[in-house]
Design a protein around this ligand. Sequence first.
Ligand SMILES: Cc1cc2nc3c(=O)[nH]c(=O)nc-3n(C[C@H](O)[C@H](O)[C@H](O)COP(=O)(O)OP(=O)(O)OC[C@H]3O[C@@H](n4cnc5c(N)ncnc54)[C@H](O)[C@@H]3O)c2cc1C
Length: 385
Amino acid sequence: MLFENYQSPWLDEELKILQDAAQRFYQKEFVPLNEKWIEQGIVDRDAWLKAGEAGLLCAEIPTEYGGGGGDYRHETVIMEEMLRAGVSGFGNQVHSSIVVPYIFHYGNEEQKQRWLPKMASGEMVGAIAMTEPNTGSDLQNIRSTAIRDGDDYVINGAKTYISNGQHADLVIVVVKTDPTEGAKGISLIVVETEGNPGFERGRNLKKMGQKSADTSELFFADCRIPVTNRLGDEEGKGFYQLMQQLPQERLSIAQSAVVSMERAIEITLEFVKDRKVFGRRVLDFQNTKFKLAECKTEALIARTFVDQCLIKHLDKELDATTASMAKYWCTQKQCEIVDECLQLHGGAGYMDEYEISRLYTDARVQKIYGGTNEIMKELIGRTLG
Ligand SMILES: Cc1cc2nc3c(=O)[nH]c(=O)nc-3n(C[C@H](O)[C@H](O)[C@H](O)COP(=O)(O)OP(=O)(O)OC[C@H]3O[C@@H](n4cnc5c(N)ncnc54)[C@H](O)[C@@H]3O)c2cc1C
């Protein structure tokens, strides 16, 4: 245990049992396949079915929809254990903690019954498509449109960098139902991908890290979707829905950043205790102790901050600004700490066979997706008056 005198206050006995079960599942089912998944740039499709069978998908969704009947703490435990096992490419964070909540909160009863049980079993993999080749941060200016034609919408546009894009059976597509409007023209429409001639997957993009996570271009050309697939009672609610759900996405990124910091420090401690230079353990140099003391202190500050955010989130009190602070600060610290830890490995740190190398390349994107850290500071800055 990295922190001798700190345990997350929300982690009770029931969650520790889930933690053990998840850990055993990942070690048995995912870890042996991780290298293969990294090589092929995508996890095997049946990983989703296995995770569904083990109860690791949609943990916070009520059991009547096939979910685990838990809350956001259960999602947290399942995500954290996967990252501790060194598996960074299985997109359950996007599926269960980002996509599913949109359906749960904004879907009508028929939509929930139709999609949630299959998402909980892994029969359907979820993705959310906001970003476009020309528009990322400036979401209000997306160009993809969904124009009403009778009982259908006709979707046209291109999306890019979409996590789970290759496997996705269900994509929440962020579109303009009124292209003359900005935020007020945005709606969220669920596209079921199977057998839809207007939907096409582009490349599975090659990335510097998180290599087993598929990240794709998606194309929509006169893609017809029933109006009944829109989330929400009326058009134009999409931007509001996104703003409501982004704090959970940002908290989840912050939490994953903390696991990465903790893991980096743990494996670096093992390395510097073992490695001898000039007849001494690397840990015995004052520089090493000071660096790791700084890292451990900052990781504990980050851990206590995200734990506090989680507790607020459970009480529905996590505001957008605090979530932005957590996302920005934790991912910034993650990159700094992982870099310091890699340095203490010397040349070994640059080799893929050492976990720290993977933690380093996996970390970089954390400052970019979920809203860049510059956008986080912009949002925090707006509260300064
Ligand atoms: C691995 C990966 C997975 C992703 N998964 C998804 C996904 O599942 N779904 C999805 O929709 N998107 C996804 N994204 C996209 C991601 O959310 C965007 O890349 C991100 O929001 C930034 O948008 P952009 O790339 O268009 O950069 P831009 O918006 O073009 O930004 C370029 C630079 O300008 C800066 N900038 C922009 N506006 C301002 C401002 N107002 N003030 C100061 N600086 C500013 C940015 O911070 C950045 O440094 C993913 C991206 C990656 C890399």
